[in-house]
Design a protein around this ligand. Structure first.
Ligand code: FAD
Length: 390
């Protein structure tokens, strides 16, 4: 066993850290304080677009995509480390710089489109010229994603899609949607769900869905959306399995996001506990404050090695089904324990922990969201229980 991070990845992290401080920090200071406010979407979009373009020019954007389409062929471990560092920087805009392929980032699923469509979809998203969204969830189908009702029917040289998606990250701003629809209602998950790319002029965006996090997902309506027959992603009927394999392979990234946020929450609360005095001494000198933070440190190291190990397995084994149990353990443990770390950080910081102007309030809200999205904790426990034969 070799637990060392390869030297070239350490060098990459250093260069990414200086990019974040040099290019992203000024935008963060200027724009991010407004992001949580309803009606701030315009400002958020402008800042996010700028970070995307700066990052693409510097070679950090969607680095996991092949070089041939504009990425860097970076390993899952390399991308995981950049995602962790982006989250640990405490900057809301930093995650945009890496654009991990969790729902709204440039999806590796687009590599399954016919090659003649890459210049319209894959290559512009890899270059940060266009953006996409991942539209699976529906009002009647969240955890039980195979229960979707959106229907795609073949009509000559086209597919016609009807249905309603909700909670879609980047839904209002995307140039196209990766949409999962029923093509054979009898088969459903077993060969009856297909993934399509649907251009923006073929669907309607409904209401913005303000929530506990600063992201602004939206509803999408497909009313006789018509797309050419070749806009199928991967194999017809295999969309559900492809979505699950994609989400599985991405668990290291959501784990890394939770890890980085937990690191940021801990360092913020340690600094606060050292600087603030109560009852004649620094807060850090009271075990009631220092022990919870010590527990957080222990939790963070446990998350770290789970996340890195999963990234290493994806790189070395490649089979998303083989890593399913580990992937669920990472999603569950990283998000649940990182949330506890953030909660302890809030407590150690008292009123400042709860203030919008403080560093950790947003982290707690974001981590609360991560425990539900991309397969809630209970869904991960179902998968883990299955690995036990339960
Ligand atoms: C901010 C945000 C952004 C999102 N972005 C996207 C996106 O970009 N694309 C997309 O497709 N979706 C997106 N989603 C949807 C997200 O993935 C779903 O909300 C999530 O999968 C849970 O589904 P649900 O909300 O329908 O909850 P439900 O499925 O109704 O679950 C409710 C509760 O019941 C529990 N539960 C369900 N089934 C079981 C079971 N069998 N055993 C035990 N407990 C169970 C769940 O764990 C959960 O706690 C987003 C959601 C949010 C909030």
């Amino acid at each position: 066993m070799d637990f060392a991070v390869p030297a070239e990845l350490t060098a990459l992290r250093e260069s990414f850290a200086s990019f974040l401080q040099r290019e992203v920090r000024p935008l963060e200071e200027r724009w991010a304080p407004t992001f949580a406010e309803p009606g701030s979407e315009g400002a958020a979009r402008a800042a996010v677009d700028e970070v995307r373009q700066l990052s693409a020019a510097a070679g950090f954007y969607a680095p996991y995509l092949p070089e041939s389409v504009g990425g860097q062929d970076l390993s899952v471990l390399g991308t995981t480390l950049l995602v962790e560092d982006a989250a640990a920087s405490g900057m809301r805009l930093a995650m945009t710089a890496v654009a991990p392929p969790n729902p709204a980032g440039p999806s590796t699923l687009l590599l399954k489109l016919p090659e003649h469509l890459w210049p319209d979809y894959l290559i512009p998203v890899a270059r940060a010229e266009r953006t996409m969204c991942f539209a699976l969830t529906e009002p009647e189908a969240g955890s039980d994603a195979q229960a979707i009702r959106t229907r795609a029917v073949r009509d000559g040289d086209s597919w016609v899609i009807n249905g309603h998606k909700h909670y879609i990250t980047n839904g209002a701003d995307a140039d196209f949607a990766l949409v999962f629809a029923l093509t054979d209602p009898q088969k459903r998950a077993a060969g009856g769900i297909t993934a399509f790319v649907v251009p923006r002029d073929q669907y309607r965006v409904g209401k913005t869905q303000y929530n506990i996090s600063d992201s602004h997902p939206a509803e999408l309506f497909f009313d006789d959306a018509r797309i050419p027959a070749d806009h199928v992603v991967g194999t017809e009927g295999m969309g559900f399995l492809e979505a699950m394999a994609f989400l599985n392979a991405g668990r290291a990234y959501i784990g890394a996001q939770a890890l980085g946020l937990a690191e940021f929450a801990l360092s913020s609360s340690v600094a606060h506990a050292q600087a603030r005095t109560a009852f004649g001494k620094p807060l850090a000198k009271f075990q009631g404050v220092s022990f919870p933070l010590a527990r957080s440190k222990a939790d963070i190291e446990a998350i770290r090695w789970l996340v890195y190990h999963l990234a290493w397995r994806v790189d070395t084994e490649g089979d998303p089904l083989a890593i399913m149990g580990d992937a669920s353990i990472v999603k569950y443990s990283a998000t649940e324990h990182a949330y506890e770390v953030a909660d302890r950080a809030v407590q150690a910081m008292g009123g400042m922990g709860l203030m919008r102007e403080g560093p950790v309030e947003r982290v707690l809200r974001h981590l609360r969201m991560l425990r539900v999205v991309e397969g809630a904790s209970e869904v991960q426990l179902l998968v883990i229980a299955r690995t036990l034969g339960l």
